[in-house]
Design a protein around this ligand. Structure first.
Ligand code: NAD
Length: 269
């Protein structure tokens, strides 16, 4: 943890924690929630200097945090709540894993499941007691994936982690509705301008053809000839944490252009 200035609670709408806030969907979410008036505490493995010029203003607080470690997640959440209370947690940090099961090592399994599932579990564990004493309750959003709704053949470990995250979302939503804590998920993809997609494109022999494949797998992405944007996912997260969704819990919003509905129509040229 690197930063100590605390916002005055009268000057902010609430306190939000976002994991993986330095890139892609997390970055867009930090900016949206800060713009909506939250004091936002972002935790990421590394602070990206190129964000220094974007993450300006008194409401954005950036911390180094490895979400695979319960102690780091706890420390991030306690630092945020020291500002007065905790209203929002967005469990966004995640990594891909494209490998058949026969090639997956124990270390790779642990890295994927620890980042995509265990981190959200411990985030909820430490956020829920703080939200239970908040008269307004609280809102948690887990960033799952279309792969959490419909498994994919090329990345079974990732699909398993995101299916489990959907299960965690429903289970904890049921447990903590009595506390006025709403727990929902967004299931995006393919989202352009993200580290995840860019990493795949960087190693592709034909990045343009690969980008077209991503788009072709989602009926609406194909119809609009583009991927989903990080900010389109952030807007759904902003809705889920807002009072407009005060009675919404345990639900998954697919922001995937219909990708998780099934096999898309054939391409006719
Ligand atoms: P991204 O790589 O741009 O962002 C992920 C962020 O998480 C990065 O800043 C990274 O440093 C951080 N992170 C990774 N491991 C971490 C750790 N151990 N501790 C702390 N931070 C860590 O990719 P993105 O697409 O914005 O990913 C955000 C979420 O969206 C992920 O959970 C991902 O699974 C999900 N998602 C992305 C897509 C897509 O098409 N990009 C589709 C479906 C779901």
């Amino acid at each position: 943890m690197t930063e100590s200035s605390k916002p005055s609670m009268s000057s902010v709408r609430g306190v939000a924690v976002v994991t993986g806030g330095e890139s892609g969907i997390g970055r867009a979410t930090v900016l949206r929630l800060a713009q909506a008036g939250y004091a936002v505490y972002s935790g990421d493995l590394r602070l990206n200097p190129s964000n220094d010029a974007v993450f300006t203003g008194p409401n954005i607080h950036r911390h180094a945090c490895d979400v695979r470690k319960e102690a780091d997640v706890r420390s991030l959440i306690l630092t945020a709540s020291a500002a007065g209370r905790l209203d929002v947690l967005v469990n966004n940090a995640g990594i891909g894993m494209v490998k058949p099961i026969t090639e997956v090592t124990e270390e790779e399994w642990d890295r994927c499941l620890d980042t995509n599932l265990k981190a959200a579990f411990f985030g909820c564990k430490h956020a829920i007691p703080l939200m239970q004493v908040n008269p307004q309750g609280g809102a948690i959003v887990n960033v799952a994936s279309n792969a959490g709704l419909l498994p994919r053949a090329h990345d079974p470990v990732y699909s398993i982690s995101k299916h489990a995250l959907v299960g965690l979302t429903k289970s904890l939503a049921l447990c903590h509705s009595v506390d006025r804590i709403r727990i929902n998920a967004v299931c995006p993809g393919p989202v352009g301008d993200t580290g995840m997609i860019n990493a795949d494109l960087a190693v592709a022999s034909d990045p343009k053809a690969m980008a077209e494949q991503f788009i072709a797998a989602s009926p609406l992405a194909r119809a609009f000839r583009r991927m989903i944007t990080p900010d389109e996912v952030a807007q759904a997260i902003e809705y889920l944490v807002s009072d407009a969704a005060l009675l919404v819990t345990g639900t998954m919003i697919a922001i995937d252009g219909g990708k998780s509905l099934g096999v898309p129509p054939r391409v006719t040229q």
